[in-house]
Design a protein. Structure first.
Length: 129
């Protein structure tokens, strides 16, 4: 479908390596959020069921679990509909959540969704190679 010389170019290298770089960026950014802002997030969500259940263990179970916890908290704040329906998130906590933390979590969500979308695009392009 595409010319053979395209797959030997720097553009193809950048296209194929982008999702991996975004993955490393996501890991680093999630660890930054956990290390510097997790306590403030737990304080801002103190009435939420998720924090009441897992609050004492958040950030203490290793770095892999920390990645999953930050992804979960990002989802709860940036896309709160399902968390509100299930009862994990208190509506007052969502309304009073600090805007600077909400902005940081939106950045985390954009990195995660952007990396996944880019990865799907690369897979589709490789199928048509």
């Amino acid at each position: 479908m595409t010319a053979e010389e395209f797959w030997k170019s720097w553009l193809a290298f950048g296209l194929l390596s982008g999702p991996g770089l975004l993955g490393f960026l996501s890991i680093a950014y999630s660890q930054y959020l956990r290390r510097c802002h997790l306590q403030a997030m737990k304080e801002a969500m103190k009435n939420s069921r998720y924090i009441c259940i897992w609050g004492t263990n958040l950030g203490k179970r290793g770095w892999i679990w920390s990645l999953l916890e930050m992804a979960k908290i990002s989802q709860m704040i940036t896309m709160p509909r399902s968390s509100l329906q299930v009862g994990e998130l208190d509506p007052d906590d969502l309304e009073n959540f600090p805007t600077h933390l909400k902005r940081l979590l939106k950045i985390n969500s954009v990195i995660l969704v952007g990396g996944a979308t880019w990865f799907v695009i690369v897979v589709v392009l490789l199928k048509f190679k």
